[in-house]
Ligand binder design. Sequence first.
Ligand SMILES: [Zn+2]
Length: 131
Amino acid sequence: MADRIPLVDYLVLEPEPHLIAHECTSCGARFFDRRNACAGCFGMKFRDVAVATIGELRAFTIVSLAAPGIPVPFVAGVIDCDGTSVRGNVINVEPDADHVHVGMKVRLATQLVGVDGAGTEAIGFGFEPTK
Ligand SMILES: [Zn+2]
């Protein structure tokens, strides 16, 4: 079986795919990038917390121009996952305004992004509509 490597370090694949945020222990603000101090309260202590895998689309843009090699159009969105704001693409849906709308329920989904010469698979994430 091929190795699978998350594309970003806040995506955890096992046992079930989910995102990990750094949560400020004093004010509860959550960040996905690593920080030395909280942007909200300047607290310096963080703990890792699992983010809900079900969310609601709060805003989106249909991207029709991108760097060479990136298939377009695709849907870039901001998803509210039980209070945590997550930037991610909306996937497994027709990328148009007939199929994507603010307020739609989505869930975390993983997708194969690439395979290196040794067969290691890079895994990214997006959000797909809940059925
Ligand atoms: Zn804080």
